[in-house]
Design a protein around this ligand. Structure first.
Ligand SMILES: NC(=O)c1ccc[n+]([C@@H]2O[C@H](COP(=O)([O-])OP(=O)(O)OC[C@H]3O[C@@H](n4cnc5c(N)ncnc54)[C@H](OP(=O)(O)O)[C@@H]3O)[C@@H](O)[C@H]2O)c1
Length: 188
């Protein structure tokens, strides 16, 4: 009997969070205080080498697809999965990730999941290969948007990643002068 071909797909999450696990303030936008140039550079390099990038609809609007990356946007405003001028639009509640992966990455590849919360939660269920978690010290964003919805119950981003079976494999002092450290969490 013929063995089916295996096309490995790696899923990598990327987030820069505040002390209280937020990716955006209460108004839904990331404030300048939570930005960092070194983190941005790391993130942009990662997106540029990824085979596919999956954004939440709000994050897609906050970061227009200027480089014409292979981008997927999740939204409930689409019935299933369809090609539009700016990206593929996908509703994960009606169309399985396995079908998206089969259609867009038949030979496997690296997927970047840069958020927001909807995408971070979605791939937590599907399974990350790695999560590149930067934290900027000294910033609190009360009432903001947390990286994972589970953080609303008092869990830290680290608790959530650990519960998902990931562990820290690398610590990168991205920008100590600006209080930014990245931990790369991996499954193995
Ligand atoms: N600091 C960071 O690392 C970081 C990372 C990412 C984003 N951000 C910032 O965070 C802000 C937005 O993030 P966010 O978490 O509020 O929004 P988001 O996750 O980017 O987008 C939310 C939208 O995703 C769609 N969605 C949510 N759950 C869904 C589901 N189960 N199935 C299908 N579609 C679903 C909905 O779109 P529809 O309304 O169209 O249905 C929803 O309005 C932006 O300002 C962005 O720049 C920061």
């Amino acid at each position: 009997m013929k063995t089916p071909a295996v096309h490995p797909i790696e899923i990598h999450g990327y987030a820069l969070i505040s002390d209280d696990n937020m990716i955006a303030a209460a108004d839904g936008f990331t404030p300048p205080t939570l930005r960092n140039e070194k983190d941005w550079e790391y993130y942009q390099n990662a997106l540029a080498r990824s085979d596919l990038i999956v954004f939440g609809r709000r994050s897609h609007e906050a970061e227009p697809n200027l480089r014409h990356d292979r981008r997927v946007v999740i939204s409930r405003a689409v019935a299933g999965f369809e090609r539009r001028a700016d990206a593929w639009w996908w509703n994960p509640e009606t169309y399985a990730w396995a079908r998206v992966a089969e259609e867009l990455l038949p030979a496997g590849g690296e997927v970047a999941a840069p958020g927001g919360q909807s995408v971070f939660d979605l791939f937590l269920r599907i399974g990350y290969s790695a999560f590149h978690l930067s934290r900027k010290r000294g910033i609190m964003l009360p009432g903001g948007h947390s990286v994972f919805s589970a953080c609303a119950t008092g869990r830290s981003a680290e608790d959530v990643l650990s519960d998902a079976g990931l562990h820290i494999s690398e610590r990168i002092p991205l920008d100590p002068e600006d209080g930014v450290e990245m931990n790369v969490w991996r499954r193995n």
